[in-house]
Each structure stands twice: as structure tokens, then as C-alpha cells.
Design a protein around this ligand. Sequence first.
Ligand code: ADE
Length: 255
Amino acid sequence: MIVMLLILLSAQHEGVIGIMGAMDVELRLIDESMIVESIDTIGGKTYKKGKIYGMPCVTVRAGIGKVAAAHTAQTLILRYGVDYIIFTGVAGGINPGLRIGDIVISTDVVHHDFGQVFPDSFVPFDTVGFGADSMLIALAEKAAAGLNFTPVPEGIRGEAGLPSVVLGRIATGDQFISSEEKRAWIERTFSAECVEMEGAAVAQVCKVNGVPFVIIRSLSDLANEDADVDFEVFVLYAAKNSSILVKGILEILSR
Ligand code: ADE
């Protein structure tokens, strides 16, 4: 069934793919493979339109956080008529079984900071989230199985080796998480694999517009007290892993 869906998506794919990242490092490698046709600045964001492996794409650095991600996703849809959105970037690990560098393909994406504040607790309004597109998920899984990711660099706990790729929920909030207590709360409350600052906003915009999406993230840190130091050390490595997977998806689509 999944193979059939993939064949259909590849064979019939004539749509435009919007590729978003928050920061320059998250899109640099992808942009390097683009034959650029036009560049526009809208709302302070630079949209590059062109072809990657012959596939029509628009890439954009959205900036950090949910508002930046939401208005950028809406612009991709309205001004560029993108048919799919893929978000690529880094995240903090929430599942303690994951290591820096590991890759998460979103099944669904939830806002972890959207809810009601009580004197002693915070109750989220939604713990289920926005479902990612099953064809894009299947495509990402297929791409991941055939790719050479960069091995885990020195200084990461556990054994050296290649990063793992998992499917699961991603939690989003307008907060950089550097707290073991908060990491554990996000794990308990949402069973998320990782946390970042844009995915659910993109997902929500995609849902209301009927645009399929998937969020791809590689861990730059583990959302604990070491997160800001780890982020600085591993952001490039993690951003590269996520880009490698997105390029793998485009490569399959171009066949
Ligand atoms: N992106 C990368 N690491 C993160 C963290 N710890 N919290 C939120 N977003 C992140």
C-alpha cells in the first residue's frame, strides 16, 4: 500500500514543494542544490524559487518561533501556491532514548504552550495535535532507509555510530527548553519525541489550507540544562542530518 502511494506521488508529482527552516544553517545545504529562478522578499523573508533535482521548490528561512513560521507558511501557500510543505531543522530531544543527531519524522505536531494557567499547573488545550501527511511520512521513511547520514561526532554520550531515525510526535512552543523538569513534563504530557519552536504553527496553517506537510528534525541538544551549550556545539551537525533527509526525499521524487 505504502509503496503504491509512493509510486503515485512520484509519478504524478507536478506540484511545488515549499521547504522551510527557521535558521540559515537549516537550509544552507538544501539551497546549495537549487537552480534558482527568482528571489523575492516578502514580510522580511527571502523566498527562493527554483528547481532542486528538477523538482519545483520554494525555500525560505522563516525565522524563529511560531508567528514567524505561521506567516511564512501562509505566504508559501498563497503567493507561491505550494502543494506540500516540508520543514527541516533542529530540535531538543524529549524522548530520553534519543541521542543528539538522531532524526525525528513527524507523525503529528502539538503546541505544548497553548492552554490554561492555573495557580499550580498548566493544562494544554490540545494533546493530540495536527497529523502530518501519510505519503510524505512514508517518503521520508523510504528516503531515510537509503541514506548515509554523518556519523555521530565526538563528545556525544553513548556509542559512536549513525543516527537513528524515528517516527513520532513533535511538540512546539515559543520557548527554547533548557530544563530537565520541563523536558520531563513535555514527555509525560505529550509523549513527544522532540521539542522545537515552529512545527505546530506550520502544521496548523497547513491544516486550515488543506496542504500536506511533514516536519523533519534532528536533535541538536536534549532540552536539559546543557541544552544551550550542546546547541552551539551540535547545531551544524544536526541541521546537516535533517537536510540530508530532505534532499533524499527530493531525490526520490525526482526519479
Ligand atoms: N530547537 C533546538 N533545541 C531546542 C530546544 N531545546 N527547545 C526548543 N527548540 C529547540
